[in-house]
Write a protein that binds this ligand. Sequence first.
Ligand code: NAP
Length: 334
Amino acid sequence: MKAIRLHETGGPEKFVVEDIPKPAAAPGEIVVRVRFAALNHRDVFISQGLYPGIALPRTLGSDGAGEVAALGANVAGPPVGTPVVIDPTIGWGNDPEVWSAGATILGMPRDGTFAQYVAVPAENVHAKPAHLTYEAAAAMPLAGLTAYRATFTRGKLKSGESVLITGIGGGVQTFVLLYAKHMGARIAVTSGSDDKLARARALGADVAVNYATSPNWQKEVRSAFGSVDLAIDSAGGDAFAKALGLVRPGGRVVTYGGTSGDATIRMFPLFWNHLSVYGTSMGSPWDFRAMLALFESAGLQPVVDRVCSMDEVVEAARRMNQANQFGKIVLAID
Ligand SMILES: NC(=O)c1ccc[n+]([C@@H]2O[C@H](COP(=O)([O-])OP(=O)(O)OC[C@H]3O[C@@H](n4cnc5c(N)ncnc54)[C@H](OP(=O)(O)O)[C@@H]3O)[C@@H](O)[C@H]2O)c1
């Protein structure tokens, strides 16, 4: 089968397309014929050697949608040919509050979805929402799940609240925007690109500020929007520190990443204002099922930046590394 492989670190240029053997379905597993996959920043970080536990060569890729191709022993279904989408959190465990120490993410350490076939535990395979194309379904799993847990399970967003979303061009943050809009939230976003701010406004953002051209963007957000009930950030660094300062007394901050590094924060407003800071990563099987149900009941559509061929993977990963995308970069696995 064809697969996008990484043999060494050194950046997006190191992804290569090659032929490797098809995986077999071990007991308890399902092999999926992947039709579309999607990039996450994790794939770029791994290619750059900026991720713990890198062991190469490996097929990366956490997001995939396709059809059931084979069932391992002790797996009753779904039948071969069923359209499915894959939950990328492997071995979450039994506690809805936090993943187990042994939990991993599809695409490192085990081979992922940047290949025509992928073997995954049967419990990670779910029916594709009928209203989504394979492209759209492949855009959803890792980013949609992380955003679902950040927004609802950890962030506890309630109808009509106000939300700050930093770096709206990010794959995960565009899902936070979808969910917040669905909840009727008032929404403020930041981005380093005016074009992305305009696209976020078109998707329902009420206030949109450029952090690159307005270093004191938090003051602009405050005067145009006021303080927020909930801030969701993955940029870290200065963005996280400023976002914290925009949260109302008694409000919540959720972080799931640190793209621009660690933050130095002021302690006084944190404790004086009784703020709650929540960390989150990926999502539980319960989060994944709830996310699928939300997509189906609300008819949500992921924001897709572009669909690239397998041969365009280097260019696609470069695009993500340069933060040129808005939403998810999808790969057609032909
Ligand atoms: N913990 C988890 O389970 C989990 C899951 C998914 C992702 N993550 C992490 O979350 C981060 C985003 O992931 P992703 O896949 O959504 O990546 P992505 O699509 O590449 O998004 C990255 C975005 O970060 C924004 N950004 C960068 N520097 C910024 C700054 N100084 N201030 C505000 N925004 C800034 C940019 O937004 P603009 O282009 O709009 O400026 C950029 O588009 C990564 O660090 C990733 O590792 C963690």
